[in-house]
Design a protein around this ligand. Structure first.
Ligand code: UDP
Ligand code: MG
Length: 307
């Protein structure tokens, strides 16, 4: 099997017939063997009935129905688990991603990338979504050091090694390129065409932005600081402690010179910084104890072995 297309779908009944038609048309032209896996994420609108009908028309279709709505990450994870292709392409079910871009993604993979992400350069979404999303992408790129413009594009192509070695759960699908690069995979990006949503409505409300930033912290901890928690906690703690220490030193000198210091706000700030600083260092040490414990089961991402 050359290519598996994985499509998470939650209440996308209207879009699926058109999506299948366009996708198969593109793939037939490529002369590759392929399968299309749609994971119905607990839809309540009869999405799965539509899939059953489509199966008659498209034997390449495989459909999985979750008993309840688990979220996009879970749907992707299940699709990844059952995918048989050497290359896996993910796509949203709502026709916002254009199947015509699949050949371009594959071409970019051939240049030696392990993951190629789409970049919705001209994004067809309401401004309430595009502006926070810019900020999100900017911060994520800065903090992770991965120079992508668009982390959360539904359209992505992966070599199968990538999806078999990363775990997506919660809402970490926004960070698949980060998790992949952290394992040493080469991550690339190409601009892709994006369409406005034609049917149904978006499944992510305003909470996405908060969740996205919380997940960014989670991902930073799970990647950069997982085995070195004291590096981050210790840095914050020590800085706070040092500032607090010098504040109190300065006030002590004033006190010896005969000034009254007990009503000065600075006095309390100094104490606060010292206490918080110590707490952070201790938190880092606790983290180190945890990571020493799981170091035994540490798994490294291995590319090749010669024996
Ligand atoms: N999706 C899903 N489970 C969910 C939410 C979304 O499988 O709980 C799917 C949805 O059907 C779509 C894709 O994830 O195929 C992206 O969702 P949406 O288009 O609502 O996101 P947006 O384009 O607004 O970022
Ligand atoms: Mg969408």
């Amino acid at each position: 099997m050359d290519v598996s297309i994985v499509i998470p779908a939650y209440n996308e009944r209207e879009s699926l017939p058109e999506l299948l038609e366009k996708t198969t048309r593109v793939l037939e032209k490529l002369k590759l063997s392929y399968e299309i896996i749609v994971v119905d994420d607990g839809s309540r609108d009869g999405t799965f009935d539509v899939l059953k009908e489509l199966k008659q028309q498209y034997p390449v279709l495989r459909a999985i129905q979750f008993r309840r709505n688990y979220g996009k990450s879970a749907a992707l994870a299940e699709g990844f688990r059952v995918a048989r292709g050497k290359i896996v392409v993910t796509m949203d079910a709502d026709l916002q991603d254009d199947p015509e871009e699949i050949p371009n993604l594959l071409k970019k993979l051939e240049e030696g990338y392990d993951l190629v992400s789409g970049w919705k350069k001209k994004r067809r979404d309401p401004i309430s979504k595009t502006i926070p999303s810019r900020l999100f992408n900017y911060v994520t790129a800065r903090l992770t050091g991965i120079p992508l413009h668009d982390f959360n594009c539904g359209l992505k192509a992966y070599r199968s090694e990538v999806i078999k070695s990363i775990q997506v759960y919660g809402e970490l699908h926004r960070f698949l390129p980060v998790l992949a690069q952290w394992q040493g995979f080469r991550v690339g990006e190409i601009p892709v065409r994006h369409h406005p949503r034609k049917y149904g409505k978006t499944k992510f409300g305003f909470s996405r932005f908060f969740n996205g930033f919380f997940d960014l912290i989670t991902v930073l901890f799970l990647t950069r600081y997982k085995t070195t928690p004291l590096h981050i906690f210790g840095m914050i703690g020590l800085s706070a402690f040092i500032v607090g220490f010098f504040i109190e030193l300065y006030l002590t000198i004033l006190w010896f010179m005969g000034h009254s210091i007990k009503n000065r706000p600075l006095f309390f700030l100094g104490i606060l910084l010292i206490i918080v600083g110590v707490q952070f260092v201790v938190l880092g040490l606790l983290g180190e104890m945890l990571s020493a414990n799981f170091a035994e089961n540490m798994e490294y991402s291995i590319k090749e072995v010669i024996e």
